[in-house]
Design a protein around this ligand. Structure first.
Ligand SMILES: *Cc1c(COP(=O)(O)O)cnc(C)c1O
Length: 345
């Protein structure tokens, strides 16, 4: 099976498994796992932050970010389809008691003007406590729902500067910041420098089996450690999995370009079919979304022919390119998927 459902389907390679088997470990709850500590130091270095904290999932990392940046009753501003607001099961309202103000972006990007329009303007005739406190802006780069699209550094600076002028904190959901780096050439520390807190994933395109990191100032990370434990994320000999993440940082970032190239080759072939459309101009990284009237049938028949994809609604299909999809696999997938699309009526 050529599995294009998600870059979360990547499996640890033999070399990665060897690194994991040999990892030195300790009790991470006591800060005593040397491999976790090394991963945290390396992540902080890459992101240019004082500290970082290894956590089991990107969802936990985002939830911790909302927790440390808000108080119950606050409003968090997000792009409408942001992961933290649309794919975390209402966690932010459960764990942090916040509500979301959603802004429809273009390719997942929102503008400073939109943010300014969303945050209520105070009128001198009304007491300040009547205004919903908009205390946090969350941005997502690359933006998953919008198609793995990349924010430029200029776009990021413009909207985060506006957030600061409104006294808001900024969280960057950088689950795929590695893809943004490879696609744009903008290093993750530059993106991270615009935010108070950053979340990054090791378990997607980087190919590690488990884990994400939450990065910020030493003070914020110290507070975040409390919430990691409160949310049940205090894991013990996590060095076994952290070693996979360290291996991924050392070996699997630059090669993301191959995934982007395969995604483009696949999307180009889809665009040439008679019945499906996809926008090549907005394909920035490894997530291909294409549209066809019979998404369900296409996914079903492709799967029967050895290519797994996801139907994102009745007319939308997602195909994701990653570490476990070779150039040859891409050629085979193109053959199967274009044939299945073209034979529909
Ligand atoms: C996958 C993802 C997450 C969450 O990561 P999990 O490890 O699956 O919980 C958060 N944000 C974005 C943008 C993602 O794509």
């Amino acid at each position: 099976m050529i599995d294009l459902r998600s870059d979360t389907f990547t499996r640890p390679s033999d070399d990665m498994r060897r690194a994991m088997a040999q990892a030195e470990v300790g009790d991470d709850v006591f800060g005593a796992d040397p491999t976790v500590n090394a991963l945290e130091a390396r992540t902080a270095e890459l992101l240019g932050t004082e500290a970082a904290m290894y956590v089991p999932t990107g969802t936990m990392s985002n939830q911790i970010a909302v927790k440390v940046n808000t108080r119950p009753g606050d409003t968090v501003v997000v792009e409408s389809s942001a992961h933290v607001a649309s794919h975390e099961l209402g966690g932010a309202s459960v764990h942090s008691g916040v509500t979301f103000a959603r802004i429809d972006g273009i390719l997942g990007v929102i503008t400073p003007e939109q943010l300014a329009d969303t945050v209520p303007t105070r009128h001198p005739s009304l007491p300040g406590h009547l205004y919903d406190p908009h205390t946090l802006l969350c941005i997502e780069n690359t933006h998953m729902e919008a198609g793995g699209t990349v924010w430029t550094l200029d776009q990021t600076i413009a909207v985060t500067d506006m957030a600061r002028s409104k006294s808001m904190a900024v969280h960057l959901d950088g689950a795929r910041i590695w893809n943004a780096w490879v696609a744009s050439g903008t290093s993750p520390d530059l993106y991270a420098s615009t935010a108070d807190t950053i979340s990054v994933c090791f378990s997607k395109g980087l190919g590690a089996p488990i884990g994400s990191a939450f990065a910020a100032s030493a003070e914020i990370v110290a507070e975040a450690r409390r919430y990691k434990h409160m949310f049940g994320g205090g894991f013990r000999q996590a060095g076994v999995i952290a070693a996979g993440a360290l291996f991924a940082l050392d070996h699997n970032i630059e090669r993301l370009q191959e995934d982007h190239d395969n995604a483009r080759r696949f999307a180009t072939a889809i665009a040439e079919t008679s019945r499906a459309t996809t926008d090549l101009d907005t394909l920035h990284t490894n997530l291909v979304y294409f549209y066809a009237p019979d998404a369900g049938r296409i996914v079903e028949e492709c799967e029967a022919n050895g290519v797994a994809m996801l139907a994102f609604g009745p007319t939308r299909v997602r195909a994701v390119f990653h570490l476990d999809v070779s150039d040859d696999d891409t050629t085979k997938a193109i053959d199967v998927v274009t044939r299945v699309i073209d034979k529909g009526r």
